[in-house]
Design a protein around this ligand. Structure first.
Ligand code: FES
Length: 93
C-alpha cells in the first residue's frame, strides 16, 4: 500500500500484522513480492531475509541495513499504521 507517498508492505503472518517499507535495501526489490515464513520475509530477488517485527536483516553475509518497520494495529476492524519517522533505507544499487 502507499501511505503518504511511502510504499509499505502490510502482511499477516502467524496471526500477527506487520508493516515494513516495501523496499529491499540491497537492490530495491519489492519485499511484498517475497515469501513469508513465520516472522521472516525473504526478498524475491536475491533472498535476503528480514525480521518482520524489527526490519533487521537476518542475512549477515549480505551486510544490509535494516528495513524500516512501522507500528501497526487493528482498531474496530481497520488497520492503522503509524509511519516511522526514520527515512526509508536507500538501496545499495
Ligand atoms: S534486492 Fe533484495 S536481496 Fe537483492
Amino acid at each position: 500500500v502507499a501511505i503518504e507517498g511511502r510504499a509499505v508492505m502490510l502482511c499477516r503472518s502467524g496471526g500477527e500484522l506487520y508493516a515494513l517499507d516495501d523496499l529491499c535495501p540491497h537492490s530495491g526489490a519489492r519485499l511484498a513480492l517475497g515469501s513469508l515464513a513465520g516472522r521472516i520475509v525473504a526478498c524475491p530477488l536475491h533472498g535476503a531475509r528480514f525480521d518482520l517485527a524489527t526490519g533487521a536483516c537476518l542475512s549477515p553475509r549480505m551486510g544490509l541495513a535494516a528495513v524500516v518497520a512501522h507500528e501497526v494495529r487493528v482498531v474496530d476492524g481497520w488497520i492503522e499504521v503509524a509511519l516511522s519517522e526514520t527515512p526509508a533505507t536507500a538501496p545499495l544499487t
